[in-house]
Design a protein around this ligand. Structure first.
Ligand code: PLP
Length: 489
């Protein structure tokens, strides 16, 4: 038996028993904290003293885990973003679950690098991706990859689309190797992560056509058709149409069937950004409208949004797996898979995306899907949609609150408008109203600007939200509105 030399070090606990007890305490504390969540304000600002404390010098000497944990309890735990809370409605963010939290602990304990090899995490990852294909109606042989979120999912899809162009000529020879400038199309409501993706793949923002939307915030098809015609006439190469399945501002769903048909007729790639909206496919009332997803060339989706899985986890599906593989496979002697041993196992995941090292994010998805089953998710997504419609109704019934867009999915945009104020004044005062809603810990909606109008924007991808939370938001908006807005004007 090998004896340890006193001069050799490692990072395991000096006192295993003390560390075990600390671990139990952490789990107990987190259970207590999350169980009593609704009793606390949704958000409170981080005090200056805590911000100052969080500017410690780089530690050179060790500190005991107990003291470090106390710092976490004092400085970190009391000032969360709030997206775990039932009254959090900002951006498009999910809540996570208790089992998801524990799964992250287990994943971190095993700490596998899920990129290559014959080990259990690779099979769990494979299982989760095949569930996702089934969920979205992609063929079993399609490609797919879990990534950190919608941004990277969209980027991966764009890289595959670009590298697939003209049988891979761009991958090998670069963007100048083919005739004509590649052009991408999407609506003006498309998420800005696709601007980043279009820049990153070297197409350039000037060649990303933002097609105007109609009153319903959906892409205007005649304008899209006309733009493609003009680009072709000018010698450009339309190569990808992006369809939105749930825009970030209003939850609008582009006419996906028509976009798919157009993409096929034009022989261009059809990508769907379904970061959150694609999950509405589970709800029967939306299934038909979202049917075209099943025929898309690629789909970006997030599990940390509307499947409420703990951060981070999103995914991308690519209809033709060979294109995904071609886009990312780079031969390297140190990554060749073997017939047996550790370097065997499922096809290496590094050949399906830009990353080599990957964490075990699949475990929390694998555990969550089993814990709840699809039917539960369907109910919760439907519940969130019904809550959004309820809130829209409440706003209509409670002037001077003003609904700014019809509710079509899970997003509600409104403002306080007592009349007699210019749009500029309304914008300034509604911004103030929003900040006070957050600062007073009443609720945490976010904001957007729709045709020049500042909107308080409520996104409901929250399994903890109850109708009473929406009532509190309406009441809070009315009460604060009265105090913020000049009376009688
Ligand atoms: C429609 C849409 N696409 C993409 C994204 C980016 O996703 P992520 O924040 O997971 O990177 C978002 C985020 O809200 C989104 O709403």
């Amino acid at each position: 038996m090998a004896t340890e030399k006193p001069t050799e070090h490692n990072l395991d606990p000096v006192d295993w028993e003390a560390m075990r007890q600390l671990g139990h305490r952490m789990v107990d504390d987190m259970f207590e904290y999350l169980q009593t969540l609704a009793e606390r304000p949704v958000w409170s600002p981080t005090p200056p003293a805590v911000k100052a404390a969080l500017q410690m010098p780089l530690p050179t000497e060790p500190t005991s885990p107990e003291i470090i944990y106390e710092r976490f309890r004092d400085w970190v735990l009391p000032y969360p973003k709030g997206n775990i809370h039932p009254r959090f409605f900002s951006w498009v963010q999910g809540n996570g679950t208790m089992l998801g939290m524990l799964a992250d602990m287990l994943a971190s304990g095993l700490n596998p690098n899920v990129s290559i090899g014959d080990h259990s995490a690779m099979y769990v990852d494979q299982q989760v991706i095949s569930w996702c294909k089934e969920l979205f109606g992609f063929p079993a042989g399609a490609g797919g990859m879990l990534v950190s979120g919608g941004t990277i999912a969209n980027l991966v899809a764009m890289i595959v689309a670009r590298n697939a162009y003209q049988d891979g000529v761009v991958k090998q020879q670069g963007l100048y190797a083919h005739d004509g400038q590649l052009v991408v199309y999407g609506s003006t409501e498309t998420h800005n992560c696709l601007d980043k993706a279009v820049q990153t793949i070297g197409i350039g923002l000037d060649n990303y056509r933002k097609i105007p939307v109609g009153d319903d915030f959906r892409i205007q098809l005649p304008l899209l058709r006309e733009q493609i015609r003009r680009d072709r006439a000018a010698g450009m190469q339309p190569f990808c149409i992006i369809g939105n399945c749930g825009t970030v501002n209003t939850g609008a769903i582009d006419p996906l069937d028509e976009l798919l048909a157009l993409a096929r007729a034009e022989n261009v790639w059809f990508h769907v950004d379904g970061a959150f909206g694609s999950l509405a496919k589970l709800v029967p009332a939306y299934a038909q409208q979202l049917h075209a997803i099943e025929a898309a060339d690629s789909l970006a989706f997030d599990l940390h949004k509307w499947l409420y899985v703990n951060y981070e986890v999103g995914g991308v599906l690519i209809r033709r797996e060979e294109l995904q593989r071609q886009a990312f496979t780079q031969e390297a002697s140190y990554l060749v898979q073997h017939e047996r041993g550790l370097a065997a196992g499922p096809p290496a995941l590094t050949n399906l995306g830009p990353e080599l090292s990957r964490g075990f994010k699949a475990l929390k998805v694998w555990m969550s899907f089993q814990e709840h089953g699809l039917e539960k998710y369907r109910q919760l997504i439907q519940q969130n949609i019904e809550q959004a419609f309820y809130l829209g109704d409440q706003i209509k019934r409670n002037p001077p609150l003003e609904l700014l867009t019809p509710v079509t999915l899970n997003i509600v945009c409104y403002r306080y408008n007592p009349g007699g104020l210019s749009n500029e004044q309304l914008n300034t005062l509604n911004k103030e109203l929003l900040m006070q809603l957050q600062e007073k810990g009443i609720a945490a909606p976010s904001y957007t600007v729709l045709e020049g109008q500042y909107a308080i924007r409520v996104n409901i991808t929250n399994h903890r939200t109850r109708t009473a939370d929406l009532d509190a938001l309406v009441e809070g908006s009315l009460t604060l509105g009265k105090t913020i807005f000049p009376a009688g004007e």
